[in-house]
Design a protein around this ligand. Structure first.
Ligand SMILES: N[C@@H](CCC(=O)N[C@@H](CS)C(=O)NCC(=O)O)C(=O)O
Length: 254
């Protein structure tokens, strides 16, 4: 009998959300291991030789990087498909995934983390959502040290945030332009391209179907960030894709 796939994730992060969404979309029962940024390094590095998530383990195979994880999921559980059948369309969908993964995701992250990180309590509790209060408190108290490493690791700076604003506009304009005819980025149905674009843009548009609730109240800078985009037609696309295709969790454990 085949075992359930196991997914290592940060609950609030965009790339693990791609993997969760693909598993949920294909109704694959799975196990999730949620880690806190900072302590995650001690868990993942010795075991997998990598600290970035998602990491998927299934039947002795370990997949790292969200595109490789999605490719494995697609080939192991083909229905419903996330890759277009037509090879030209498939290549186009994978190119769009790559652009969002490599350029837009890190840029959105630099801009949003620039707003979140100075707010210790807010950011630490955001990452520790769902944990018992004593663990949240412990994480809040250790967060100033973790923040230093996160800033260096993700190259968070005011200049990076500026670039993030510009690339977010570019990405929102892109999804509007390319979904006008059919409602989807490639061909006339939901694909890996839509899943990736909507996931990478979730911190910009905050679709209600995103499966984890963010704490309130929001820091002013982040509130400003959200208000800046809410009326952009690109956010209508992101919210529609989430509403129509996100579905519910098939995880056995969260
Ligand atoms: N290009 C990678 C990016 C993965 C990534 O940056 N993951 C973040 C979460 S969104 C992470 O695990 N960061 C913690 C770390 O790198 O230590 C992918 O598509 O999987």
């Amino acid at each position: 009998m085949l075992s359930h796939p196991e997914l290592w994730q940060i609950l609030m992060s965009m790339y693990p959300e791609k993997a969760r969404w693909a598993l949920d979309y294909k109704r694959v029962p799975h196990i999730r291991h949620s880690l806190l940024p900072g302590p995650h390094v001690a868990v993942l590095l010795p075991r997998f030789g990598q600290k970035a998530m998602p990491i998927l383990r299934h039947n002795g195979r370990v997949l790292k990087n969200s595109a490789a994880v999605l490719d494995y999921i697609e080939k192991t559980w083909p229905d419903p498909p996330l890759y277009p059948v037509d090879p030209v369309l498939r290549e186009r969908a994978l190119d769009i995934q790559k652009w969002f993964d490599d350029e837009i995701g890190p840029a959105v992250r630099r801009a949003t983390f620039h707003e979140w990180l100075p707010h210790t309590e807010y950011t630490a509790r955001r990452f520790a959502t769902g944990l018992p209060e004593w663990q949240q408190k412990l994480y809040v108290s250790s967060f100033p040290a973790i923040r230093v490493i996160m800033k260096l690791d993700m190259r968070i700076s005011a200049v990076g945030a500026e670039v993030g604003w510009a690339l977010t506009t570019k990405a929102l304009d892109f999804v509007v332009q390319h979904s006008t005819q059919t409602g989807y980025l490639v061909g006339d149905r939901f694909s890996v391209a839509d899943l990736t674009a909507a996931t990478v843009l979730f911190p910009t548009c905050l679709p209600p179907e995103y499966p984890v609730a963010f704490p309130m109240p929001r820091p002013a800078g982040w509130q400003h960030w959200l208000e800046r985009w809410q009326n952009h037609a690109g956010c209508d696309y992101v919210r529609r894709i989430y509403r129509e295709h996100r579905g519910t969790s098939t995880a056995d454990t969260e």
